[in-house]
Structure formats: C-alpha cells, structure tokens
Design a protein. Structure first.
Length: 359
C-alpha cells in the first residue's frame, strides 16, 4: 500500500475514534445541526475504517502464517494461508482506493431537470417531450418523485422548455452526467418525403440547494414581477396575477413559474429554482478551475457540448464521451437508462482512480 494512502487511512481511523467520543456525549443533541453533520460524517467514514481494519487483520494473519512456515509440518498449510491472505489484501486495497475517491457533496441531492428545444423547430420540441418522458420513467423506476415546475408547450404537443424537480436519494449522482446537448436523428411526423432530420435539445441537471440560505440572495438584488398565467388552467388561473418572474440582477438569471395555483407557491418554487441555478453557477465556476488542469473523461457538462445521439432508424443510442453504443432505443426511451448511467459513473471513477494513483 502506498504511504500516502496508509497515512490517510490512519487519519480516518483516528477521526472515527474522535467521532465516537463526540457522538456518545450526553449534550450532543443540544445542537441538532452539528449532530446531523457529525452523524453524516460518521456514516461516510465507517465503511472505510472497517475495510482498513480488515486489511490490517489480513496483514497480521500473513505475518502469523509466515511464522508457522518455519515448521516443516505446517509449511504447506502456512504457504496456502499466505497466498490467500495476499489475494485478500489486493482485493481490500482496490476497494479502499474506490472508497477514498473524492465524494461529490451533491450526489445525494434532489435535482432540477431543465430540458429546452434547440435546432429543429417542432421536431425538437417533440424530442424534448420524449426526453422528459425518458427521465420521468427512469425516476419512476428508482421510486423518485417528479414535480413539474414550469413548462412551455409547443403547438403540436412537445415542449419548448420544461423544468421539473426530481426528488429522490441519489438523483444527482445518477443523472449529473446528462447535462449537455442531445441529438436526435429520425423521420419527423410532419415529414412527407420520409427523410431523416436531425434536431437537438439541451439538458441541464442542477442539484437543489439544501436551503436557500446556502446561497446568499440579497432582496435588493432581486426584481420580482407578477403577471397573469397563460395557457391551460381554467378560469381561476387567468383572473389572478399568480405567475411570478424573478430576476437576479447581478447574474441576469431569470426564473418564471406559473404552474402553481397561488402566487405564494409560484414564488417559493421560483426562489428554489433561482437558488439552485446560482449554486450551479458557482459550482461550475469551481469545476472550470479544476478542469483547467485535467479534462474529465465524461465531459464538462456544458450545455453546448454534444454528449449523445439517438438514431431512431437504426435503433441506436450513442454516448460520444465514452464511445458507448447501445441498440436498445425503445427500452432507453422508456426509462431503462441504468446501463448508460452505470457506464458513465464507472468512467468517471476510473479517471478519479488514475488521478489518485498519480499522487
């Protein structure tokens, strides 16, 4: 085991002892925020410390077997024990390397999913609706909840834009690599000559800020406008100024919400989306600094970056970042995204491991 890795594991073991002492204090629950942070840290460290304990035990077992090997009658047994112990050490060390990879603090968060039609007119809007259904069906398979925050319908039933909140443990972890340009190649329903057209949509996956307080929103820097909602919704929605538009003046970020029945609910939803977008902007600025030293194998997540092509005539879905092609179009569009998500996470993990080995 590398010295830097052993040092890190020793530090975590010492921290575990400290956490056990702190959490056993009678007064620990007096500060619930601190208690939650400590229990979360304890839960994150515990599997690593247990693995390291297994590693140390296996190492001790090997030393014991070596001592036994000096006895001619025990030599064969001892050598088998040594070989088994060495194999176990290799397996545990590989697992420890994975456990020590930097954790994305946003992985367990809910997300805001934003899909916007790009080039291709009505066909692009229809594809946006297909993508939203794909993600909704995937969320359903995970047992997550999907709430539409705002939507702008096209004339033939697609979406010019749709923003939804996906609520579920690990939502960001599974879907964070979906941000970018998605391209579709197929014969549009409006095409009379049977020609294949290419259209695009952009997807943004933004982690929800735990609380609005996580992002500093100065009321003096917000312009809040109310107006009458448009589109379907019955008489009530058109008689009151229930729709809300919030502009964050320093960044120019604008959020509109009109799907809720009340102005209060729309304002709360809009503030939540605004906080998430500002948080996302700050996070991306930080990631851009890191990307200056090394580029992620799974891409930057930039909206303009083409990440995937859906070729309907060939039944083919290709993720260009990892050269993955799957001939299971129907299943994927019905929410069977597990293979794609797992491959992207594995590639990201491989890159992290490579960087860790270079330290």
């Amino acid at each position: 085991m590398k010295k830097s890795m052993a040092t890190r594991l020793t530090q975590l073991s010492m921290r575990m002892e400290e956490l056990n002492h702190l959490l056993s204090s009678e007064t620990i629950t007096a500060d619930l925020d601190r208690y939650r942070k400590l229990t979360r840290e304890h839960a994150e460290i515990l599997p690593i410390v247990r693995l390291y304990s297994d590693y140390e035990q296996s190492d001790r077992d090997i030393q014991t077997a070596r001592e036994m090997s000096t006895d001619p009658e025990m030599r064969a047994f001892a050598e088998a024990e040594i070989q088994e112990g060495r194999e176990k050490l290799v397996q545990i060390e590989a697992e420890l390397q994975k456990q020590l990879l930097p954790k994305d603090p946003n992985d367990e968060r809910n997300i805001f999913l934003e899909i916007r039609a790009g080039t291709g007119g009505d066909e692009s809007a229809l594809f946006a609706a297909n993508l939203f259904r794909m993600y909704s069906r995937f969320a359903e398979r995970q047992g997550w909840q999907v709430e539409i925050i705002s939507q702008s319908l096209s004339d033939i039933g697609g979406y010019k834009e749709i923003i939804a909140k996906i609520i579920g443990q690990g939502a960001y972890s599974c879907l964070k690599f979906e941000s970018g340009g998605h391209r579709v190649q197929r014969v549009p329903v409006t095409e009379t000559q049977g020609r294949v057209h290419t259209s695009t949509c952009t997807v943004a996956v933004i982690p929800e800020a735990d609380e609005i307080s996580e992002v500093h929103l100065n009321p003096a820097e917000l312009r809040i406008d109310t107006y009458r909602a448009s589109g379907a919704g019955g008489q009530h929605i058109n008689k009151t100024d229930s729709a809300v538009r919030i502009t964050h003046l320093p960044t120019g970020i604008v959020v509109e919400c009109q799907d809720g029945r009340s102005q209060h609910k729309n304002k709360a939803q809009a503030m939540s989306v605004l906080a998430a977008r500002i948080y996302d902007k700050q996070m991306r600025a930080h990631q851009a600094e890191q990307a200056a030293t090394r580029k992620s194998l799974v891409g930057t997540g930039e909206r303009s970056e083409r990440i995937r092509t859906y070729n309907f005539p060939q039944g083919r879905v290709t993720d260009h970042r990892i050269n993955l092609t799957l001939y299971k179009m129907d299943q994927i569009m019905d929410g069977d995204m597990g293979e794609i998500c797992s491959a992207l996470m594995a590639e990201h993990q491989a890159e992290q491991l490579a960087a860790l080995m270079m330290e």
